[in-house]
Ligand binder design. Sequence first.
Ligand SMILES: Cc1cc2nc3c(=O)[nH]c(=O)nc-3n(C[C@H](O)[C@H](O)[C@H](O)COP(=O)(O)O)c2cc1C
Length: 504
Amino acid sequence: MRNTILSIFIGITILSGVLVYFIPQTGTIILLSIACFLTVIAIYDSLQTKHSLLRAFPVIARLRWFFEDERDKIQQYFIEDNLNGTPINREKRSIVYQRSKLSKETVPFGTQHNVYAKGYEFVKHSLFPKDHHYIKGERVVFGSDKCTQKYDASIINISAMSFGSLSKNAIMALNQGAKMGKFAHNTGEGGISPYHLQGGDVIFQVGTGYFGAGKHDINGKRIFDDAIFKANAIRPEVKMIEIKFSQGAKPGHGGILPAVKNTPEIAEIRAVVSGTQVDSPPSHSAFSNYEEMILFIQKVRDLSEGKPVGIKFCVGDNDEIEAMIKAFADANNYPDFISVDGGEGGTGAAPMEFTNYIGTPLVEGLVFVNKLLVKYKLKNQVKIIASGKAIDAFDIVKILALGADAIGMARSFMLSLGCIQARECNLDSCPVGVATQDEDLVKALVVEKKNLRVKNYHNETIKSVKEVVASMGVDSIADLKPNQVFRRRKDEEIVSLENIYYKK
Ligand SMILES: Cc1cc2nc3c(=O)[nH]c(=O)nc-3n(C[C@H](O)[C@H](O)[C@H](O)COP(=O)(O)O)c2cc1C
């Protein structure tokens, strides 16, 4: 095949040369130039030894690569319908764009969902709906009896995403939006940057790399450092601390900052070497069993002068989670909140197997943790923040009804910044400046415009939650219960989520 393709290109080049000889016009000269160019590439492709496909099919194989690389875009732009795009379908993406821009508030003609399909979920409305303006419960107070600086939070906050995975403009717009909308912005595990300090409430995340909370020991291992942590934790913007054990997109792995995104500025904030891939360890070096963990949580609380301290994980081994919560109860010392992340959660960069096959999905993880808090009588002390593809008001109502006190949202806030789900967060080529450190691309994101979109998305979503709750005839978002959300489990069987998850 190789020789045939080469012969064709050489033949076309000779023919073009003859044409130029007899008809020396611009068109024939252009044709000859293209033919020469392609022939040189064909000769190069056939001689190189790196790619066998290219050796066998010079030039032609490049087309295959092009379509392979651009497949996602072609799928998204030309093939995808409203409900089948992944991980976030077009319908959900559009609602975020609309709420962020304060554009359309309605959809036409009727649902595109198959309401008779297995798995279809819905809430039941009341004959006596409430006025949504008077629905209560949009805020929730964090802080157990162990904490002295309680935090009055929105039920919707920005989930952890570091400066490093996101651009400085994205972080600034998120934080400014959080300030305008009176909600909280989680720093992610990359530490606190100046871009997080725009006046919005901050949840300071401490990951296993202890960025902004630790240093290297003499063996090069990252360790927690009381003074470094304290200096950040007592900042007035920091309202809560979240110790990260794992996240749903890569549980048991540890964070990854690709080398291409590790700029000198980010390296300085994290105290690492720029231009290298930064892999956070899979587990904490500050503790290695439940007793030490409890002491560490208390130490972090003391160092932060009594702020609420939480732990974030995706549910893995059920026995371990139960042993941990039992240990909290036995010690009569516990975190102020638990952030439960679902296996469906997002990430800037993760190994494929971890994203697809490790970690309990949100609903099962959330219900499991909630049941344990009830069983060990900690429910009134420890709040739950749940995250995992909560995007529209129904998602939120369902998750709250299942036992969460608040919601963390990452990708929907990225969408509010203009993310187009290009899925290039790990490559530094995010075309809209959200998940890149490329200065030119970052400039595409205008902070003064996008901060408003972040605020709008939050506020409009809260409004929509209130409207849904009002339609159910419920007075407060805090009163949602799992017996108010329903699922078609089989063809003719509709069951409440309480029956599915809480009556087993
Ligand atoms: C770009 C990106 C970066 C993230 N970085 C972190 C992180 O630093 N720490 C963390 O605990 N989770 C991180 N996450 C996970 C989110 O905080 C969240 O738990 C998860 O994406 C589920 O929420 P979502 O479905 O609303 O995106 C990241 C997610 C994304 C999309």
